[in-house]
Ligand binder design. Structure first.
Ligand code: PLP
Length: 395
């Protein structure tokens, strides 16, 4: 069978220029193609493979769970050990008010759930979100995504969504007594790796407290040590009312969650019961993988690894035409002079076996988000190749 032909003919496409790598296998920081070429995965499958590909602890947990049971019942009915164990482990790492986990299958689904929970708990339906924020592509998440080019083809979306500028104190009074929640990424990922300023984030939290609006942190990209702390909010010392997670959570398995207080979650139990359910949320194999992932993350100093990655990136990438290196820990972006140069650099690196990428809302930014397990030698040699490419292509 010609897999390449079937991919282009029968698999629904998301653009007219997919990367088109035909994958044979992946291991650690590497992806291997059917043609026998190896690539350094410098974007971790977009902030997923923080432990690298096929981490032995994750693979072992998946295999063991596959031998016990797969799906047995829709979410919320049966007591399944992998779910309960993971919920306990995850909440043990969170502030006391984030004591309950609702499991889903993806990032966008976590945000959908968070929006519904905020509506049901507050009895309000207004949301405040931020320009250039990205929360996923299902209708609710798209409604709070701050980029018209993605929203316009799908209008009308949810009503009463108000977009503010990220890191701006102007119009914070838009967050008012009618607001169900503010949804935001503490560090905007697809918007171009833009960290929130600490003082500003605290002002947003205070404003939410004043008016009784919930604060939702979408940590789908920033979570699980990508930015140096287990979750970015811990570094900001601002606790959200609802925390949305996915991506690196499952160690390569599909997994997401929104976490909040028992009190908030009560509104999902009544009027009517079963008002928010999912068939596959908290799939036992994904939960087993997530448990192994978090256990591994907690057993070593992954926060330090992320911080070291940042230092090495800043040390090695010195080409003159780099306008700025933005971000925190292993969630970094290189701002280059223009779109053409950015495209050429990404393509030239790809030719040399390095996978880089853009972010969704910026075409002058090269995303750098290697697996946290990457060895320093490989990290440095890859960065040197990237730096040389930038230097050569800017001349
Ligand atoms: N939120 C953020 C911050 C993201 O970066 C993404 C995906 O890139 C999502 C939500 C959507 O996640 P998913 O693709 O798993 O639906």
């Amino acid at each position: 069978m010609d897999h390449k032909k079937s991919f282009y003919k029968h698999v629904a496409q998301t653009s007219d220029a997919p990367m088109g790598l035909e994958i044979d296998k992946a291991s650690g920081a590497y992806i291997y193609t059917s043609e026998g070429k190896e690539y350094v995965d410098f974007i971790s499958g977009i902030a997923v493979s923080s432990l690298g590909h096929r981490h032995p602890r994750v693979v072992k947990a998946v295999k063991e769970q596959v031998d016990r049971h797969l799906h047995v019942m829709v979410y919320g009915e049966y007591i399944q050990e992998p779910q309960s164990a993971y919920a306990e482990l995850l909440t043990s790492q969170l502030p006391e008010i984030l004591d309950r986990v609702y499991f889903v299958n993806s990032g966008t689904e976590a945000n959908e759930g968070a929006l519904k929970l905020a509506k049901k708990h507050t009895g309000r339906h207004k949301f405040v979100a931020f320009n250039h924020g990205y929360h996923g592509d299902t209708h609710g998440s798209l409604s709070v995504t701050g980029r018209d080019v993605y929203r316009d083809p799908y209008l009308p979306l949810l009503p009463d969504i108000h977009f503010l500028d990220f890191n701006s104190y102007e119009k914070l009074e838009t967050i008012d007594e009618e607001t169900a929640a503010v949804i935001m990424e503490p560090i905007q990922g697809e918007g171009g790796i833009i960290p929130a300023q600490k003082k500003w984030l605290r002002a947003v939290r205070e404003r939410c407290n004043e008016v009784g609006a919930l604060l939702i942190f979408d940590e789908i990209q920033t979570g699980f040590y990508r930015t140096g702390s287990l979750f970015a909010f811990q570094n900001y010392e601002v606790t959200p009312d609802i925390l949305c997670l996915a991506k690196a959570m499952g160690g390569g398995m599909p997994m997401g969650a929104f976490v909040s207080s028992s009190e908030n979650f009560e509104s999902f139990m009544y009027n009517p019961p079963l008002n928010h359910v999912t068939t596959f949320g908290g799939h036992p194999v994904s939960c087993a993988a997530a448990y192994a992932t978090l256990n591994e993350l907690l057993s070593d100093d992954y926060g330090k690894r992320a911080t070291e990655i940042e230092s090495i990136v800043r040390e090695e990438l010195t080409a003159e035409s780099i306008v700025e290196i933005r971000g925190v820990g292993a969630m970094l972006g290189l701002e280059l002079a223009n779109k053409e140069l950015t495209q050429k650099v990404v393509e030239a690196c790809f030719e040399q076996g390095i996978i880089l990428g853009w972010t969704l809302h910026s075409n002058t930014l090269v995303r750098i988000a290697p697996p946290l397990i990457i060895e320093h030698e490989l990290l440095r040699s890859t960065l040197m190749m990237i730096n040389d490419s930038i230097q050569e292509l800017s001349n």
